[in-house]
Design a protein around this ligand. Structure first.
Ligand code: HEM
Length: 508
């Protein structure tokens, strides 16, 4: 850990950033601040309820121990299926910080232009669907709440827990903090609720693939007190996650000092067209020639080649021909792989996980610390919407909205979420193979999240016998319905600047 990070404490950081709040259910309560002075006087009553990173760590351990006891049927004294653990975090948009008078209007006090402008201004560059052929004239095809034409979004409360009742009770208690004499200092803009999927699909996103397997490890958090990164897990600088730490200090010397130990939160509502995705896999998969016992079905192979992992989570780079559930469930092996920058036979260059974390693909451009690590993000999303119904399966058409509430934390949006979406997922030339072998070769778009205005996307590598062959991807199966960029401040900042008190001093 760098010298300037010796004072770092998990208790000063909100829990969802570095550790992740424990969640079966999560509510995102997007709010407007209607009375800034009242809000600032009430905020000190919320701050003690915020789940800090050290608290989140303790709760994760308690939940793990509870699950073990449950498995051993020793949980006698604890009734119910889940521990009554509820998590609370809060984050603010630029408009919210301006409304509170923390940032002067029209400035970029956090030295983060995408945050200052808001996600709607970034929608054209992200290649979200919409109307208008330039960023200025563009109106994205987003949900009304995120267009913010009538109500600005000033902040978001993240409330997580083991059941809707737990989470709703906590949200009511929070709303009560901001209400005096029936007058509230905040107003709801939208409330979105996400759920971990039921039964065997727990931990899987709606296309059916296990999610949350690969996350970067953080220096000073995951390599202290006897902990060490898992095999294959990248250990990144603390400043990749937190503002005012590690390399973030030299990259952004102009940031407001109170922003230290905070992180930028990118929220995206990403509906998924599951029956249509499944139909595409069936229609476009090639029959298996050398059949063998337990051979996967052709649609599963194509799907795995689009994601880079089998539905179980087993990485194609280790097991390209068939799923391997044991490997998938083994944290000591399921990330222990590097890509071969010369080849996409085992895993397509365009596969979602290869686009998002090219591991050793970029070595010819320099060390991973410079080429890949600054772009690693901490993902904390949750699925939303019902399971696919029989009717939807039969008609192969989506009737009910479902998808992913994508959440990522990073110290720098331009290097993190926004870069991954624009420079890698949406860029058919990325990654740049060392020896393409074919003139003008392009790996293609990330088939899961890649986007482009007005073109049909394509990918290569879907066919392991002819990896240069191009597969047109007839539509996007993930389509953004909007979002916002937020800043998740430190506990010290919540106690001081955000509550209308003087800035924290370095020793505070
Ligand atoms: C509905 C949309 C999405 C779906 C269905 C999806 C699905 C997945 C799945 C199944 C994995 C593999 C499991 C894992 O390694 O944790 C994964 C990994 C990942 N995704 Fe996504 N994802 C979506 C959106 C996004 C977006 C918008 C981004 C960022 C722009 C992103 C970035 C990543 C990253 C960084 C990884 C880890 C790659 C690695 O380190 O190997 N994903 N995603």
């Amino acid at each position: 850990m760098a010298d300037q990070d010796q004072d770092f404490q998990l208790s000063n950081v909100q829990g969802d950033i570095l550790i992740g709040l424990s969640k079966i259910t999560e509510i995102f309560y997007f709010f407007q601040i209607t009375n800034p002075a009242a809000f600032q006087s009430q905020l000190p009553n919320l701050t003690p309820l915020i789940t800090t990173a050290d608290k989140a760590t303790g709760e994760k351990e308690a939940i793990r121990a509870f699950k073990v006891r449950k498995q051993q049927k020793l949980s006698g004294i604890i009734t119910g299926d889940v521990l009554p653990v509820v998590g609370v975090n809060i984050a603010f948009s630029q408009k919210g910080l301006v409304k509170l008078g923390v940032i002067p209007a029209g400035t970029d006090a956090l030295d983060e232009p995408l945050f200052a402008a808001g996600q709607k201004s970034d929608a054209f560059a992200l290649a979200d669907k919409g109307v208008g052929d330039s960023p200025e004239k563009f109106t994205p095809d987003w949900d009304e709440a995120f267009l913010q034409q009538t109500h600005e979004i000033h902040g978001v409360l993240l409330v997580t827990g083991g059941s809707f009742d737990m989470v709703n009770d906590k949200l009511d208690a929070i709303k009560a903090i901001f209400t005096v004499d029936n007058a509230s200092s905040i107003a709801e803009v939208a409330t979105l609720a996400g759920d971990v999927r039921p039964g065997k699909e727990k931990g899987h996103e709606h296309f059916g693939y296990k999610d949350g397997i690969s996350q970067p490890a953080i220096k000073g958090v995951d390599d202290v007190d006897g902990k060490k990164p898992l095999p294959g897990q990248t250990l990144v600088d603390l400043g990749v996650a937190l503002v005012g730490r590690g390399k973030d200090v030299e990259n952004h010397p102009k940031r407001a000092p109170w922003a230290k130990d905070g992180s930028f939160l990118a929220f995206r509502k990403l509906p998924q067209f599951v029956p249509e995705f499944d139909k595409f896999l069936v229609d476009n998969s090639k029959p298996i020639e050398d059949d063998f016992p337990d051979a996967p079905n052709p649609a599963d192979i194509l799907g795995a080649r689009m994601v880079g992992r089998w539905k179980s989570g087993a990485p194609l780079r280790i097991t390209p021909l068939a799923d391997d559930k044991e490997l998938a469930d083994d944290p000591l092996r399921n990330n222990k792989f590097k890509f071969n920058p010369d080849s996409q036979e085992m895993c397509p260059f365009a596969a979602h996980i290869r686009k998002m974390n090219p591991r050793k693909d970029l070595l010819k451009f320099g060390p991973s610390e410079a080429t890949v690590d600054p772009h690693l993000i901490l993902r904390r999303g949750i699925p939303f919407g019902p399971e696919v119904t029989t009717e939807e399966k039969l008609t192969k058409r989506t009737k009910y909205e479902r998808g992913l509430y994508f959440v990522s934390y990073q110290s720098d949006l331009q290097q993190g979420f926004s870069f991954l979406q624009k420079a890698w997922a949406n860029n058919p030339a990325f990654p740049f193979p060392k020896n393409p072998g074919v003139e003008n070769f392009q790996p293609g778009f990330d088939p899961i999240i890649g986007q482009v205005h007005g073109e049909v996307r394509a990918m290569t590598g879907h066919n392991d016998d002819a990896t240069d062959e191009s597969l047109p991807l007839e539509r996007q199966w993930v389509q953004s319905k909007g979002g916002e960029y937020f800043f998740s401040p430190s506990i010290k900042a919540l106690r001081t600047v955000l509550a209308g008190q003087p800035e924290p001093t370095p020793t505070q």
